[in-house]
Design a protein around this ligand. Structure first.
Ligand code: DOR
Ligand code: ZN
Length: 427
């Protein structure tokens, strides 16, 4: 591997521009006027540790018409990500060692981001019988995050047992918090907008009740809990309460819940359909504040590719979910950096350091310092760009941000010293 110097970056957006020399995948020197065989001019860019996504749907196996490990890895690299956790709601479900090892192996073959398969908590995501968590943990994939995402682990006894197992495995359950008895037939956030549009409501309490229950269960068992895609102000209150009492709970918020709300639903465009649903303006504001305060630990995309025929249809027939990997950073800049809620250090924390810690990745979310892996996202803080779903690396194009002009552009991504994306192109 040739030596490389990245010219003129500001680590964490702080101080004067510096050069970073990379040797054998590791940061060898940081200083002024460095040289090497290869140089990359990144003048003006902010250097951050490569982003880590705890919540990506890669759709392989089963729905390779919408995304594959390869196309999702390309989207991730272009979005500044160096590691992603692939959700288990594939077909077949990733509820056994064979499937998680397949996803893990495909990730290695593609080699653009570290792909960590998430294992299902219950067999077939049916919520009834625990999957073989230990076998998945002991597999080559080394699974440390388990989730039935898409479905909630609703049965409290199953959840308790799952927490007991993951405690023993030093793993974590990522819960999709949705009390299914309260969301039967739900189509949109239960509130004024849904009532006016005639859409069956998904009440905030269906999320909050499960988060409260699971915080209590996690504390009772002495296990860690991670809450997926927090969407309501009430959930923030529950998390704050639980954290103040020493519960080992962490939580993520999606870019779309930070920026969007249910006022977008008037046109019945299913691109806005997602689970949990877009909530109210006041919820989005509470989520932004919680992310700034650390009550919500990190950003996770819930990148959910869907085929055109599953989105370009009537609202009730459409599948929930939206793309996120190539827009996450820019939405975080718009919602958190521009209003002064986070500085670039804070972006590093919520996009890289905290998700790496939660997922147990020791090679990601590392400091930008000599001797550390050169696993980086370089961001032009002054650039703006216009979102075009058709241009994304994903096979699907279901972005709710279509046509928006957003700030902050990923100019390069490096994984252990190798470019995985550069000037908008993979590799
Ligand atoms: O909107 C969503 N889409 N929420 C989920 O929980 C699952 C995901 C999917 O798999 O499409
Ligand atoms: Zn989910």
């Amino acid at each position: 591997m040739t030596s490389l110097v990245i010219k003129g970056v500001r680590p964490y957006g702080e101080g004067d521009p510096v050069d970073i020399r990379v040797e054998h995948g590791v940061i060898a020197e940081i200083g002024a006027g460095l040289s090497a065989q290869e140089t990359f001019d990144a003048r003006g860019a902010v250097a951050l540790p490569g982003f880590v996504d705890l919540h990506t749907h890669l759709r392989e196996p089963g729905r390779e018409d919408t995304e594959t490990v390869e196309t999702g890895s390309r989207a991730a690299a272009l979005g500044g990500y160096t590691a992603v956790f692939a959700m288990a709601n594939t077909d077949p479900v990733a509820d056994n060692a064979v499937v998680v090892e397949h996803v893990w192996r495909r990730g290695r073959e593609v080699g653009l981001v570290d792909v960590h398969p998430i294992g299902a908590v219950t067999v077939g995501l049916n919520g009834e019988k625990l999957a073989e968590l230990g076998t998945m943990a002991a597999s080559q994939a080394g699974v440390r995050v388990f989730s039935d995402d898409g479905m909630c682990v609703a049965d409290p006894l199953i959840m308790r047992r799952a927490l007991e197992y993951t405690k023993a495995l030093d793993a974590v359950i990522a819960q999709h918090a949705e009390e299914p008895r309260l969301t039967v037939g739900a189509q949109a956030h239960e509130g004024e907008t849904a009532a006016r549009l005639g859409l069956a409501g998904w009440p905030s309490v269906a999320e909050e009740a499960i988060v409260a229950r699971d915080c209590l269960l996690a504390r009772h068992v002495g296990a860690r809990l991670h809450v997926c895609h927090v969407s309501t102000a009430g959930t923030v209150d529950v998390l704050r309460w639980a954290k103040e009492r020493g519960t080992e709970v962490t939580a993520e918020v999606t870019p779309h819940h930070l920026l969007l709300d249910d006022s977008r639903l008037g046109g019945y465009d299913p691109v806005n359909k997602v689970n949990p649903p877009l909530r109210e303006r006041t919820d989005a504001a509470a989520l932004r504040q919680a992310l700034a305060d650390g009550v919500v630990d990190c950003v996770a995309t819930d990148h959910a590719p869907h085929a055109a025929q599953d989105k370009d249809c009537e609202w009730s027939a459409a599948r929930p979910g939206m793309l996120g990997l190539q827009t996450a950073l820019s939405v975080v800049v718009r919602t958190m950096v521009e209003p002064g809620l986070l500085d670039w250090r804070g972006v590093a924390r919520v996009m890289s350091e905290r998700p790496a810690e939660i997922g147990g990745l020791v090679e990601h979310g590392r400091p930008i310092a000599v001797g550390e892996p050169a696993t980086l996202a370089l961001v032009d803080p002054d650039a703006t760009w216009t979102v075009r779903g058709a241009d994304f690396a994903s096979i699907a194009a279901n972005t709710p941000f279509e046509g928006m002009e957003l700030p902050g552009q990923v100019v390069a991504t490096l994984l252990r010293g190798r470019f995985t994306a550069r000037d908008g192109k993979v590799g």
